[in-house]
Ligand binder design. Structure first.
Ligand SMILES: *[C@@H]1O[C@H](CO)[C@@H](O)[C@H](O)[C@H]1NC(C)=O
Ligand SMILES: *[C@@H]1O[C@H](CO)[C@@H](O)[C@H](O)[C@H]1NC(C)=O
Ligand SMILES: *[C@@H]1O[C@H](CO)[C@@H](O)[C@H](O)[C@H]1NC(C)=O
Ligand SMILES: *[C@@H]1O[C@H](CO)[C@@H](O)[C@H](O)[C@H]1NC(C)=O
Length: 667
């Protein structure tokens, strides 16, 4: 009478991961599958085949390494009838004709199972024995391909972009000159999945009550709120420490990161001490990586002219002097841009009309229920001003909808003021699906009225608008128009004061670097367009990611009335040009740069792909108009579309960026 002996267990990693859209996770120790969809394992038996009449197999799936946590496992006997997938845990013999010598078993997980790493134990009962086997582990992720999952997305192109795309573009600059920065999300790079799972394991929620935390991980609302708090290092052992000014020499200048992989790896390798430093786009991009890894659809969103209303009155105040210089008087602030993420999920807690994209903001700005985290706030609730709903809607609402009160002061007295309800949140965008261009999603956040209108008109004698003729590019004069309208039937002599200041996206402007003054004579009811330009020698010190605040104040000396118009914009970096990429195993690319500045430049050119440095070159004293070319050879290891990034750090602090998508074919 021979007993049943298990010789070998096969987890069918490659086949299961292909069916579960997790084949990108290659270096991972455990099998990676998505909930709500069965996966297959098979046994190879020795001595005798399985006898359904006398033998029984029971599986135990447990999450967490602490076996005494009794709530966190399920046991299922293997059945011969097909179990209904996606509603409950189950195990059944492969209905495609059971092979009793090498039984193949389908394991089903519910679409509401907690996310995390499970271990599988198998108990084999025969008439003569009872044996226990440890079969290994599997990591269970959310499943946007499964209609029962709270993160279900209907279309494959959406899932390709918001779950699978491991590179993308982050938008910065201003609404006038939207600047795209390439970013490598790196979710499939070695050790990134493990780092993202560790982030859940070291969260305060897990450390204080692991059982409750594991159970709650079924819910993407809960997961996203935990992750939003864990991306910043306030209150917990989170990933990134923020720093918005001063000296970055203790860590890395936020603007030099090119992807999430380096940050998450450094955090995990240091035993979870915060990586220095992050700013809003870094926090958001790292959160996007973690959410895509966990299987929750996520995209990075930029809100232009994002208000930070410190006193909750939904009004931001700005002050100028009578010559058009912006003054650092207000505690409220408008960042030229702010970056957060949106995650896609249902809101069973609120009702199906609020399903869909939810704002989550990992940048530490304000505490929510005592912790620096923000969201999920349904985008739909922001649009419909349903301020009372969870989570953090009033704060996000002010970021996109506050009005701006602009005041011109002269010797402490208000000489002119105006209110602008259109500037804040004037453009909200994210990278389009499948294409390297911005998608305008402003209409999702607000009911946009199509009325145009000059923002700084008054009923007084003259009005003024300021318009850039084209998006400013380094090395080329900035040209702009001031349009002055005399609304009265008398001739006027007006003094025009112009002022340009450099500023960082989240700061008050610094000193004036250019100013001009002239007298303009206007006939009755005349509309006069005055063109101006600022030549590159004047703004050459405004480099790196700095912006320019340009303002005009018109002064009517006859009655001391003043009107103001202003605009903020950035200077587009010169481009790096990438040459053609040849397909094949050995790829070559050429990166070239032409100096647009009027002075020689020096710097370091680095080329990277998915966190790996592919090449580096020092450039010394490249003359104005001079060109350098850097050829590059590399052997891509993964098939698919890959992003290659090049950046040139000039010694004058300017940073020049470029990228190229490369399609690597399967051999
Ligand atoms: C498992 O959890 C229990 C209850 O939280 C705790 O008392 C025990 O020390 C833990 N055991 C291990 C090995 O972590
Ligand atoms: C499964 O994971 C546990 C920790 O959760 C680990 O101790 C064990 O070694 C893993 N087993 C395998 C086969 O990888
Ligand atoms: C990711 O986005 C880029 C840029 O839009 C695109 O070229 C690439 O095909 C996308 N990759 C995937 C896997 O969708
Ligand atoms: C963005 O969309 C809004 C609303 O649809 C529209 O009013 C606005 O003009 C658009 N902006 C740009 C820059 O396309």
């Amino acid at each position: 009478f021979t007993d049943l002996v298990i010789q070998h267990v096969k987890l069918w990693r490659h086949d299961n991961q292909k069916l579960h859209q997790t084949e990108g996770f290659v270096g991972v120790k455990a099998l990676v599958v998505r909930r709500g969809k069965p996966f297959r394992i098979s046994l190879k038996l020795k001595e005798r085949p399985f006898n359904p009449k006398t033998d029984a197999l029971v599986f135990k799936f447990s999450i967490g390494r602490n076996s005494s946590l009794r709530h966190l496992f399920v046991k299922r006997s293997v059945t011969f009838s097909k179990v209904s997938p996606c509603s409950r845990w189950g195990a059944c013999m492969d209905p495609e004709g059971p092979d009793l010598q090498c039984p193949s078993i389908l394991i089903s997980t519910p679409a509401t199972a907690p996310v995390g790493t499970y271990s599988i134990q198998m108990f084999v009962f025969t008439p003569s024995s009872r044996k226990t086997y440890r079969l290994g582990n599997f990591t269970l992720l959310c499943n946007p391909w499964c209609s029962k999952d709270a993160v279900f997305l209907s279309f494959e192109d959406q899932r390709e972009e918001y779950i699978q795309n491991d590179s993308g573009l982050l938008y910065m600059g201003t609404p006038l000159s939207v600047a795209a920065r390439p970013w490598s999300f790196d979710q499939f790079e070695p050790d990134i999945l493990e780092a993202c799972l560790s982030l859940l394991q070291v969260s305060p929620q897990h450390l204080t009550n692991p059982v409750k935390d594991y159970k709650s991980r079924a819910d993407p609302i809960y997961i996203s709120r935990v992750v939003s708090a864990m991306i910043n290092s306030e209150d917990d052992r989170g990933v990134l420490k923020g720093k918005w000014s001063g000296d970055f020499t203790q860590g890395v200048d936020p603007s030099t990161w090119t992807g999430s992989g380096d940050i998450l790896t450094q955090w995990a390798e240091s035993g979870f001490s915060p990586v220095m430093y992050g700013q809003c786009w870094v926090f958001a991009a790292v959160m996007c990586t973690v959410m895509r890894v966990l299987g929750i659809p996520c995209r990075v969103v930029t809100n232009y002219n994002s208000a930070h209303d410190t006193n909750g009155n939904l009004v931001i105040e700005e002050f100028y002097n009578e010559l058009g210089k912006k003054l650092p008087h207000s505690k409220d602030s408008i960042w030229n841009f702010h970056v957060w993420v949106e995650c896609w999920m249902t809101r069973k807690d609120l009702g199906s009309d609020l399903n869909g994209w939810q704002v989550l903001d990992p940048t530490p700005q304000e505490r929510s229920a005592g912790v620096f985290c923000c969201g999920p706030a349904p985008v739909r609730a922001l649009r419909d001003r349903r301020i009372e709903l969870p989570y953090d809607i009033p704060f996000v609402y002010a970021e996109v909808k506050a009005s701006v009160h602009t005041v011109v002061l002269r010797e402490g007295q208000v000489v002119c003021s105006s209110r602008d309800t259109k500037r804040v949140g004037s453009l909200i965008c994210t990278k389009a699906i499948g294409h390297p261009r911005p998608e305008n999603i402003t209409g999702d956040y607000k009911h946009v009225k199509s009325t145009h209108g000059a923002l700084y008109t008054t009923s007084q004698g003259v009005s003024v608008t300021l318009t850039l003729e084209k998006a400013p590019v380094a090395g080329v004069p900035i040209t702009f128009r001031v349009t002055i309208t005399n609304k009265e039937t008398v001739a006027k002599e007006i003094i025009e004061h112009l002022n340009a200041q450099a500023k960082q996206y989240n700061h008050s402007p610094s000193d004036t670097f250019w100013e001009a003054e002239s007298v303009v004579k206007l006939a009755p009811l005349e509309v006069r367009v005055v063109r101006h330009q600022i030549s590159p020698v004047h703004y050459e010190d405004v480099v790196g990611d700095d912006l320019i605040n340009l303002a005009v104040v018109l002064e009517d000396p006859s009655n001391q009335q003043r009107v103001l118009a202003c605009e903020e914009f950035n200077i587009e970096s010169p481009q790096l040009d990438e040459g053609a990429v040849n397909r094949g195993t050995q790829q070559t690319a050429v990166v070239s740069f032409t100096n647009p500045f009027s002075v020689p430049v020096s710097g370091v050119l680095t080329i990277r792909a998915a966190g790996l440095k592919l090449g580096e070159r020092e450039i010394l004293n490249l003359p104005p108009g001079g060109r350098v070319q850097q050829p590059l050879s590399f052997v891509p290891e993964k098939a698919g579309t890959r992003m290659i990034q090049a950046r040139l750090d000039l010694t004058n602090r300017a940073v020049v960026r470029g990228y190229q998508m490369v399609t690597v074919n399967r051999n």
